[in-house]
Ligand binder design. Structure first.
Ligand SMILES: *[C@@H]1O[C@H](CO)[C@@H](O)[C@H](O)[C@H]1NC(C)=O
Ligand SMILES: *[C@@H]1O[C@H](CO)[C@@H](O)[C@H](O)[C@H]1NC(C)=O
Ligand SMILES: *[C@@H]1O[C@H](CO)[C@@H](O)[C@H](O)[C@H]1NC(C)=O
Ligand SMILES: *[C@@H]1O[C@H](CO)[C@@H](O)[C@H](O)[C@H]1NC(C)=O
Ligand SMILES: *[C@@H]1O[C@H](CO)[C@@H](O)[C@H](O)[C@H]1NC(C)=O
Ligand SMILES: *[C@@H]1O[C@H](CO)[C@@H](O)[C@H](O)[C@H]1NC(C)=O
Ligand SMILES: *[C@@H]1O[C@H](CO)[C@@H](O)[C@H](O)[C@H]1NC(C)=O
Ligand SMILES: [Zn+2]
Length: 475
């Protein structure tokens, strides 16, 4: 009798443990982070965009996201996945020159694969994988670069000819694979490309925006079809906005400085100037006050609000055009009708932010966040420890659903506070589901046990009970 009792207790405890673990597993959050390059925050008010509005209405929405300076693609995408300002993550521009290593980084010819440029930071996919999860990336900037010796679990080498539909198909495969991902990163080049060519004020942009809405619709319907929709936390954002430029707003550097006296790095409207030996004072004096729509900074005088000073790849002189102005060497260089890169305080530079899924409240909106806040939000939802960053989880906590913890830790989490977070999470929804299921199994076992006591003198039933117990436990 004693050994049978022990056996029963053992099974009961295993059942409890198993069901708690199982419900934790079931509760594992999935995120699909989508970036539509150059999607300005207000594009969704310009033409009917029913899919964006669906997410807005049933999910979380932020009106103004302050992105990071310079408001270009690579610096901002790296901020989204590290939570760091460019001066800390090191991708300070789309085109960079590293004078200590005599190396260049350039988007022009996709000369971006030198790991050293990326390794001031550790992006979220590496941390996610370090915590035992898998990541999948479809063209997200930097995901096909080896960083600290690692790539995402699954990724596509950058190829802009791969269709949106193919990128979505691959991500869905990864979410459903035997080694499923919990984090997917999806990047699409438009509306940035068309925004540059047409200028955002061009009425032809309307159909470009409608097309993006259709792409979002496609993504939603595929997730639905593959039964991933209900469990997915879909986050839709972008790197920056876009503003209208014109041929009347051109600043020609050749009018003020001799092109032989400096090296010009990066593209309009914020350009880095590396004066040649002994030419710093001459260049600075010639450019400072040269044009009313050109602001010229010595590196050490770049305003703190840009968080764009403390990196060796930031050059000795930074020049920045006013909104809508273009900096060229001379008029024979081409210019674009739409551009970005300007001051990140300008609302035209701001991207959109929408999210829908079990981790988010329904129908909630917030006036503003910083784009650095996305990183702690992602780490929190994925339940992985964030590395030191410049965002704040507290800034985004109102967007999280009530099943998410109430205790929100400070912006830069110590390992200690992260532990507290984990403990809290264990007491959340998943835990109670686990205990509930466990209790049911305990009750079933007690019933079986009582039945067994009653019929203990009948060996055949005793044997049958053991058989019944097994499938019950694992069903
Ligand atoms: C930097 O590299 C280029 C080739 O990439 C070379 O021509 C140049 O001499 C190098 N400069 C220095 C200072 O090493
Ligand atoms: C890029 O993708 C296109 C379309 O899928 C394909 O035809 C092409 O071969 C790819 N290019 C490279 C370099 O893989
Ligand atoms: C360009 O400079 C002029 C003169 O200072 C100023 O009035 C105008 O507002 C500036 N343009 C922008 C877009 O800031
Ligand atoms: C204009 O600038 C380009 C470099 O951007 C230079 O190659 C060209 O010689 C310049 N043209 C004139 C007329 O100075
Ligand atoms: C969303 O919330 C607003 C108030 O904040 C309310 O007016 C609106 O009806 C809600 N919409 C839905 C779909 O619940
Ligand atoms: C953005 O970050 C700055 C600097 O940390 C902070 O002062 C500001 O309150 C943040 N903005 C929002 C909307 O949280
Ligand atoms: C941003 O975070 C990094 C990493 O913690 C830190 O070194 C840096 O000082 C922070 N920057 C600001 C402006 O707080
Ligand atoms: Zn662009």
């Amino acid at each position: 009798m004693d050994s049978k009792f022990c056996c029963c207790v053992f099974f009961t405890l295993s059942a409890l443990t198993f069901s708690v673990a199982f419900s934790e597993l079931q509760h594992e959050q999935k995120i699909l982070l989508v970036s539509f390059d150059g999607f300005r925050w207000d594009y969704i008010y310009r033409v009917p965009t029913p899919h964006f509005h669906y997410i807005m209405k049933y999910g979380a929405y932020v009106k103004q996201v302050t992105n990071v300076f310079v408001t270009t693609t690579y610096p901002n995408h790296y901020t989204l996945v590290t939570g760091l300002y460019p001066e800390s993550h090191g991708i300070i521009a789309n085109d960079m020159y590293d004078s200590t290593r005599n190396k260049t980084f350039s988007l022009e010819d996709m000369n971006i694969y030198d790991s050293e440029f990326w390794e001031d930071a550790t992006p979220i996919w590496i941390t996610n994988q370090g915590a035992g999860h898998n990541t999948g990336a479809a063209m997200w900037p930097g995901t096909d670069v080896k960083i600290h010796g690692k790539f995402p679990t699954y990724y596509l080498p950058y190829n802009e000819s791969v269709s949106f539909e193919d990128r979505v198909r691959r991500l869905i495969e990864w979410f459903k694979s035997k080694k499923p991902i919990n984090l997917g990163l999806l990047y699409w080049e438009d509306p940035d490309e068309m925004g540059h060519n047409l200028g955002p004020d061009n009425p032809l942009m309307d159909s470009v925006i409608s097309d993006i809405d259709n792409k979002l619709g496609y993504l939603i319907s595929e997730l639905n079809k593959e039964k991933l929709w209900d469990k997915m936390n879909l986050i839709i954002t972008s790197d920056h906005g876009m503003t209208q430029c014109s041929g009347e707003k051109i600043i020609e550097l050749d009018q003020y400085v001799d092109p032989n006296d400096y090296i010009l790095i990066d593209h309009s409207p914020v350009r880095a100037i590396l004066p040649k030996k002994g030419k710093f004072d001459k260049i600075f004096a010639a450019l400072n006050n040269a044009h009313p729509n050109l602001t010229v900074y010595k590196k050490e005088d770049i305003p703190d609000r840009f968080h764009y000073k403390y990196h060796q790849r930031i050059q000795p002189i930074l020049i920045m055009a006013d909104k809508g102005w273009t900096i060229l060497q001379n008029r024979s260089n081409s210019f674009m009708l739409g551009n970005h890169g300007y001051d990140n305080a300008l609302s035209d530079m701001h991207p959109l932010f929408l999210a829908l899924g079990p981790a988010f409240k329904k129908n909630v909106s917030k006036e503003s966040i910083n784009s650095t806040d996305l990183y702690p939000l992602l780490c929190y939802i994925l339940d992985i420890p964030p590395l030191p960053h410049n965002g704040s989880l507290a800034n985004v906590k109102e967007l999280l659903s009530t099943t998410a913890p109430k205790a929100i830790s400070p912006s830069v989490m110590s390992p200690q506070s992260n532990m507290n977070l984990k403990v809290y999470k264990l007491h959340s929804y998943a835990y109670f589901v686990g205990v509930f299921l466990g209790s049911i199994i305990v009750i079933v076992f007690l019933l079986v046990f009582v039945k067994h006591l009653v019929h203990s003198q009948m060996p055949t039933i005793q044997e049958r009970n053991a058989e019944i117990a097994q499938p019950l436990l694992w069903s």
